[in-house]
Ligand binder design. Sequence first.
Ligand SMILES: Nc1ncnc2c1ncn2[C@@H]1O[C@H](COP(=O)(O)OP(=O)(O)OP(=O)(O)O)[C@@H](O)[C@H]1O
Length: 780
Amino acid sequence: MEDRERQAEEERVQRVVGEISRRIEFLQKHVSDVKEDIVQIRRNFWDDVTVNFEDDIEAVETYASIKQQAEVLSERERIHRHAQNQLKTLIRLQKSPYFGRIDFREAGERGAEQIYLGIGSFLDEKEEEFLVYDWRAPVSSLYYDYSPGPAEYETPAGLIQGTMELKRQFIIRDGELTSMFDTGVTIGDELLQEVLGKQADGQMKSIVATIQKEQNRIIRNVKNRLLIVQGAAGSGKTSAALQRVAYLLYRYRGTLQSEQIVLFSPNPMFNSYISTVLPELGEENMQQTTFQEYVEHRLGEEFAVEDPFAQMEYSYTAMEEPGYEARTAGIRFKADSQWLRVIENYVDALRQKGMCFRDIKFRGRILIPASAIEERFYGMDSSLRIPNRLRLVAEWLLGELKRLARKEISRPWVDEAIELLDSDEYQRAYQHLRRKNQFTEETFNDFDRERELLAVKVVQDHFIPLRREVKQLGFVDHPALYRKLFESPQSVQPYTEKGQLPDFWEEICEQTIESLEKSVLSWEDATPFLYLKERVEGFQTNTAVRHVFIDEAQDYSSFQFAFIKSLFPHARLTVLGDINQAIYAHSSESEDFAGLSSLYKEEEMERIILTRSYRSTRPIVEFTSGMIAGGDQIEPFNRDGKTPTVTKAADIGDLAERISARIGELKAAGHRTIAVICKTAEESREAYALLKERVPLRLIDKETISFEKGIHIIPAYLAKGVEFDGVILYNASREQYGRETERKLFYTACTRAMHELSLFYLNEKSPFISELPASAYRDE
Ligand SMILES: Nc1ncnc2c1ncn2[C@@H]1O[C@H](COP(=O)(O)OP(=O)(O)OP(=O)(O)O)[C@@H](O)[C@H]1O
C-alpha cells in the first residue's frame, strides 16, 4: 500500500514537473518575443511618431502621439517584467513544485479534494485545476493550523468547515521526490529535524514548508493595527515576520507594493543576512532600514549624532568613569514616555513665548535680527498652530529679503562681484536688455542699465541660499530650543508632571549642555531632539507606508515607538522582540512593550507569545534558558547535540591557544559559520589581534554591511538576530559578565549558537554560568 502511494506520488511529481517544464519553455519563448518587440519599439520610436511643432494644434498632436507610443512601450515592458517574474517562480517550482499535501473534504461534499502546496500556484494547461496551490491561499492555512480531523479555514466569502483526511509532507529536490511522510499534530518533526540540523550558510532561509501553527497566526494576522510578538531567542520571530511580508504582498497584490512596507532592522549587516528570503519566495524585498539611519537622514547635518553602538560601548565599558551613573540615568529618562510628555508640554508653552530664532545674516551683517522674527511670530494670533505661524513668518521673511536685496544692489561688494563675472554672464545680460528693448543707444545710459541688471543678478544669486534657508525654516534655532530645557536644573520644571525628575538631574543637564556645545547629539538625545523639531515644524509624515515591522523591538524605547507611530500614521505595526535580549540601557522592560501598547486601544492589538525555540539544540537551550527569569517556559525543539563546554584558560596566551584549537575542531566537524563573540568592539579588536596570526578570521564592526559564512569575531550586540553553527564566547569571566546589567547581553551572545557552544574564561567564570546546574555544561 505504502509503495503504491509512493509510486503514485512519484508519478505525480514527474507529471507536474513535466508540465512546469513545458510552461517554462512556452514562457521563455514569450519573454523573448516581448523583448524583441521592446527592442523594436525603442529602435523605431521616432519613426512611428509624427513630430510637428508648426502650430499649437500640431504640437498637441505630436505630444499625444509620443505619449501613445510611450504607453505601448511601457505596457510591453510591464508584460516583460511580469513574465520574467513568473518564469523565476516556475524555475524554482520545477526543482521543488510542492512540499505538502492535504486532503480536505468540505462539509456536505462526498469526496475530498487533494491540495498540494508550494511557493506559488500552478494551474494545469487548461487553467482548470490547481496542480499546486500557493502556500498563502486561504485553503493552505489548513496545512499549518490542523492535524487530520475536523478543520476549518477562512475565506473572503466566509468560514469553510470540513474534515482533513490526510496531511503529507514531501522533500522534492531537483524535480525528484526524495522522501515523504504523513504527519500528525505538528508539521513534520522529521522535516524540521532535517532542516534545523543543517549547517548555516550565512543567509537566513524561508521556513515556508515548516511554519508552525503559532507562527502562522503571526503571518496571517490582518485584523489588528498593532501586532506584538514576544518570543524566545530562536523562536522564529524574524522568520515569521518575513513570511508575513510575503503573505501580505500576496493577499493584497494589486494594492500593496513592496515599497509600502518598511522593516526596521537592528544593524546594517542584518539586512544582508535576511535579504534572500523574500526573493526565494518569489517576492521583492521590502524597504529595509535601521532606526539610526532613519534618524540621521531626518536630522540632516545640524549635528554630529552619536551612533547607538557607541552609546552601547559606553554602557558596557565606562562603568568606572566619572558621570557614568548620571549618564545612564539620563539615557533611561530621555527614553521614557515621561520625557515625551515634557516635550509636548514644552511645545504647547512655546505658543505663548520662548521660541528661539536665528539672525538672518549676510556677509557677516545681520539683515534681519532674531528679535524681529520673534516679534513677528508672537505678533500673530496665538490660536494659530506653531507650524502654520512659521510658514507665515517664512513668507514674510521672503518678502523682506526681496526688499533688502534691492537695497543691497548699491553696495561696493556688488561691483567687485560683477568684475568677477565671466563673459557669458555679460553676454546674457546684454541679450536680456536687447530682448526687452531696453537699450537707448546712449552709451552711458546703456552702460548703467547693464550694470544695474548685472547687479540685480549678482545679488539674487547671492541671496539664493538665504531664501532656501528661509523656506526650510532654517531661521528656527532648534538646538537652542532643546538646549533651553537643560540650561538649569529648574528649566524643565514647568513642563514636568508633578515636578518629577530623575536622580542626577543636575549632572544630566550639565552633560547634555556640554555635548550640545560641541555640536554633538548623544544618541539618547537624538530622537527627542528630532521629535521636538518635527513638532515645531509640523510632522513630516509618511502616509504611503502601510506596514511597519520592527525587529528586535525590545531595544526600542517608548519614545522611539511613539516617534515611529507618528511618522507612519497609516501603517499597521508588527513588532517582534524578546525581553530577555534587551541590551540597551533604555530598553523596554515589559513583555508587552507597555510604552507602545499604551498608544493603541486594546481592541486594536493582538499579542502572540512564542515559547518554542528552534535555533539551538536541546542542550544549548537548556543551558541558556537557565540564565533568565521565566526560562523554564522556553521549550526546546527536540534536537540533540553536544553539551556546552566551559573552559578556563591560564592566561591570555593560553586563551588564544585554546580558542584557535576549538575553531579547528569546529571546522573539522563540518561547521561553516563560526563566531567568536566578544562583549564589546574594544574586546573584539583585542581578540582579533590575538587570534589573527593563528586562524584566518574576519573582524565585524558596526560598519560591516555584509554577512557571509566563515569565522567571525563579533561584538555581542552586533550578533543580534543572526546565528552561527558554532559559537565561542571569548571571555565569559566574572569581570566581563558579572553585573546584573550584563546578564541579557550574555544570554543574547550564547543564544546565537545553533549546534555547538563553547565558553572560555580567565580568572573566575561568570556567575551566570556558575548559577546553573552542573549538568547544564561540561567544565573543561
Ligand atoms: N517553523 C520553522 N521551521 C524551520 N525553521 C525554523 C522555524 N522557525 C524558526 N526556524 C529557524 O530557527 C532559527 C531562528 O529563527 P529566527 O532567527 O527567526 O528566530 P528569532 O526569534 O528571530 O531569534 P532571535 O530573537 O534570537 O533573533 C532560524 O534558523 C530559523 O530558520
